[in-house]
Write a protein that binds this ligand. Structure first.
Ligand SMILES: O=C(O)CCC(=O)C(=O)O
Ligand SMILES: [Fe+2]
Length: 220
């Protein structure tokens, strides 16, 4: 019996570090160039969004660049496939397509094929949790706030708790994660704390934070 998420994933890592292992051109013609173009475009959209977030926090629009969050190598793309419930092994007991989590980085730009399933919980620390369907808007990204942005803003920007219900029909999505560059120190912004509202999290190096989260997720 299988218990766990039904999702299948394929990662495309940062382009600049040359570590991606691409399928052969003759096996998947134009796939690599399509993914590289998508990677560049989605990172550029994400960088613009981060400038808007910086401005909303009364920071310089290039704040995230200046603190070293946007240095290369940057950005992971996760291609996701959720089998339709009819395609699942009848002995498996997957409860979710993707179980409840928040993403680790700054923001995630999510594109789906329109098949429902994604849900968010607005008040993540309240019990019982209330889950709402996220409607798909053709041509638009769903943008999730990640945990490191929550740390930076001392919870002014809350990371989005989300999950994917096992879809009845097959579902595809593409999640593009903007994580701060490895050496960037994520620490409470001066404008987000005061004596009455001290920093809730100590400063942390982005790579240390990420490694710890990955360890907790994958090493059980
Ligand atoms: O497939 C989706 O809609 C969400 C995927 C997701 O949350 C993730 O990959 O972190
Ligand atoms: Fe996610």
């Amino acid at each position: 019996m299988l218990i766990g998420d039904s999702k299948e994933t394929f990662y495309v890592g940062p382009l600049a570090d040359g570590l991606n292992q691409w399928p052969l051109e003759e096996d998947l013609p134009s796939w690599r160039s399509t993914m590289e173009t998508y990677h560049q475009k989605v990172l550029s959209a994400g960088t613009k969004l981060l400038s808007l977030i910086a401005l909303s926090l009364k920071l310089d629009e290039d704040f995230f660049g200046k603190v070293g969050a946007l240095n290369e190598p940057l950005g992971f793309i996760r291609l996701l496939h959720y089998p339709g419930s009819g395609d699942l092994d009848s002995s498996s007991e997957e409860v979710y397509g993707a179980s409840a989590h928040s993403d680790y980085g700054m923001i995630t730009l999510l594109m789906t094929d329109g098949v429902p399933g994604l849900q968010i919980c607005r008040e993540k620390s309240k019990q019982p949790q209330v889950w709402e369907d996220v409607p798909s808007i053709s041509g638009a990204f769903v943008v999730n706030i990640g945990d490191m942005l929550e740390r930076w803003t001392n919870c002014l920007f809350r990371s989005t708790l989300h999950r994917v219900l096992p879809p009845r029909q097959e579902r595809y999505s593409v999640a593009s994660f903007m994580e701060p560059s490895k050496d960037c120190i994520v620490e409470c912004l001066g404008s987000c704390c005061s004596e009455a509202c001290p920093p809730r999290f100590p400063p942390i190096k982005a790579s240390d934070y990420l490694e710890e989260r990955l360890r907790l997720t994958y090493v059980k």
